[in-house]
Design a protein around this ligand. Structure first.
Ligand code: ADP
Length: 178
């Protein structure tokens, strides 16, 4: 089950699935600021990708400290099909008055900027911040679509951006706006 839409020269895809199984050049991790792993998407990526990803994340931490919300770092993909993992930190939802919308947009945009800088043409995003971080998914999916579409309209080298959602319920929320 998947939907496709063209934005400039790129294809936007929406599908249900497991982010760790995507065959895009990069997958995005919904990481936390420590970059040292966690539950949800983060745990699944480190389990499937093996220890080399965590090792690289540790090096980033040693050199640059914690990764603030809205920012992204890139590592190799370890044992994953994807060659790269872009770890981004979404905001924790506090009711919407603490800049959560902007920070979530930054998380998507900075991940795309990093991807473009590494000549990555295909990338898959999970639904950042809408699990343990509690961001309402209808609002988050609108930010995801708007930010990605805006980026693709500005002459980007990306050929496919894929949104990978886990549950049928989340798929329906995304599909409504797609
Ligand atoms: P956050 O801490 O940013 O909220 P989570 O990992 O808790 O991130 O959840 C983000 C979203 O990813 C949730 O909707 C969750 O259901 C979904 N999710 C969890 N595991 C996977 C997976 N393996 N592949 C794709 N999506 C997943």
């Amino acid at each position: 089950m998947s939907l496709h839409r063209q934005v400039s020269s790129a294809t936007l895809t929406l599908c249900r699935g497991d982010i760790t199984e995507q065959d895009t050049e990069a997958i995005v991790n919904a990481a936390n600021s420590t970059l040292l792993g966690g539950g949800g998407v983060d745990g699944a990526i480190h389990r499937a990708g093996g220890p080399s990803i965590l090792e690289e994340c540790r090096k980033f931490r040693e050199q640059r400290g914690e990764c603030p919300a809205g920012e992204s770092v890139i590592t190799g993909g370890g044992n994953l099909k994807a060659r790269f993992v872009i770890h981004t930190v979404g905001p924790v939802w506090h009711g919407g008055g603490r800049g959560e919308d902007e920070l979530l947009g930054n998380a998507y945009r900075n991940s795309l900027i990093l991807a473009a800088a590494h000549h990555i043409r295909t990338i898959a995003f999970p639904s950042i911040s809408t699990g343990a971080y509690g961001f309402p998914i209808d609002r988050a999916s609108r930010i995801a679509f708007d930010t990605v579409s805006g980026f693709l309209k500005n002459d980007s080298p990306l050929e496919e951006v894929r949104f990978v959602v886990y549950s049928q319920e989340d798929y329906e929320v995304y599909a409504f706006l797609f």
